[in-house]
Design a protein around this ligand. Structure first.
Ligand code: FMN
Length: 348
């Protein structure tokens, strides 16, 4: 981490967390931020369905909801970035405060509720800034929509030409009723419509699930997602559970992310990998190269992170990519693919 980044983080940590994140994004959008350049190497290349990634470490959805820091994210060393969530119409989200720092736990709780500039504005930013990096958009539905499945299709229609992948987010805990779209029949219908909307395009499609699902629900999702012909599953979003937290904000409503999510989210990932051959993207609680490697060994072909970046800065991405390469080499793996699922049993 550079001195500038260290000083910046120290200042941001004393501010309201949403204001701090907005300021950090503004700084990134003005050209500040780490620039290690594209990080790759023979061991780091990985495939997730039809996506070929130069390295397996991605920026998770929600970090740059409105795609205002595209250039900075494409320079930070990540292998891919997911923007959004975007909804068809702009919406303000829930009243503030709606993001809480749980520093003692290395965690955060958010109840943003899909605040975003709308798919049209976000698609225009993506269109104006093509980069060499693989990028995707997290698809959401407006809170007051009468046809939520139609919302996902509409966002895809607007942004599709400017992205390499889209993630159907049916797992945000902050839009009432949204997670019901994970139920078997509803999900089958939604995914059929989204797949039809993709048409002949070669964009990859993923679905993102909650960590709070039991085995029967995971089996249903694995079956429906495979049948729909998706490219993979993103596991997981934030949790509504609260176990063993110490911070004052632990009882705030919303989704919990960060360190306490690592174990439950990785268990769901490992479980899911026994139920499907689809590639999985592991997200939830990653704060180090060791965590990223654990997700891969639990069954993930690629990983994403968000909360640890607000504690460690964007330079953490490059540290994780380089550390992961060393861990793969240490264990004699010639590629990420060779390591995928090699320690699944530890999480079951
Ligand atoms: C403030 C905040 C906003 C988020 N917004 C979204 C979102 O819009 N769509 C989504 O699929 N996930 C969203 N997430 C979830 C993250 O993408 C990720 O799945 C989750 O935080 C677990 O990863 P982490 O522990 O590395 O943060 C958000 C997370 C946070 C902390």
């Amino acid at each position: 981490m550079s001195l500038l980044e260290r000083a910046g983080l120290a200042v941001l940590r004393r501010m309201d967390p949403e204001t701090a994140h907005d300021l950090a994004l503004r700084a990134l959008s003005r050209g500040l931020g780490p620039s290690p350049g594209p990080l790759s190497g023979p061991r780091l290349h990985t495939r997730v369905g039809r996506l070929g990634l130069i390295n397996p470490v991605g920026i998770a959805a929600g970090f740059d909801k409105n795609a205002v820091a595209i250039d900075a994210l494409s320079r930070c060393g990540a292998g891919f970035a997911e923007y959004g969530a975007a909804t068809p119409r702009p919406q303000p989200g829930n009243p503030r405060p709606r993001l809480f720092r749980l520093a003692e736990d290395g965690a955060a709780i958010n109840r943003f509720g899909f605040n975003n500039d709308g798919a049209g504005a976000i698609a225009a930013r993506l269109a104006a800034q093509p980069t060499g990096m693989i990028r995707g958009l997290n698809l959401g539905a407006n809170k007051d929509s009468a046809d939520r499945a139609g919302d996902y299709v509409e966002v895809l229609r607007l942004a599709g030409p400017h992205i390499d992948f889209a993630t159907v987010n049916v797992s945000s805990p902050n839009t009432a009723g949204l997670r019901d779209l994970q139920d078997k029949a509803a999900l089958a219908d939604l995914l059929a419509r989204v797949v039809a909307a993709r048409g002949a395009d070669d964009m990859a499609l993923f679905v993102k699930i909650a960590p709070d699902l039991d085995d029967a629900a995971l089996a249903d999702i694995a079956e429906v997602t495979t049948q729909a012909g998706l490219d993979g599953i993103v596991a997981t979003n934030t949790t509504v559970r609260r176990d063993g937290l110490r911070s004052a904000h632990r009882d705030e409503a919303g989704g919990l992310s960060g360190r306490p999510l690592m174990a439950p989210s990785t268990r769901v990932l490992a479980r899911l990998s026994t139920l499907t051959d689809l590639p999985l993207i592991g997200v939830g609680g990653i704060a180090s190269a060791e965590d990223a490697y654990a997700k891969i060994r639990a069954g993930a072909s690629a990983v994403q992170l968000y909360t640890a970046l607000s504690y460690g800065g964007l330079s953490l991405v490059a540290d994780i990519v380089k550390g992961l390469d060393r861990l793969l080499a240490r264990d004699g793996h010639a590629s990420v693919a060779e390591a995928v699922g090699t320690d699944r049993a530890a999480w079951l």
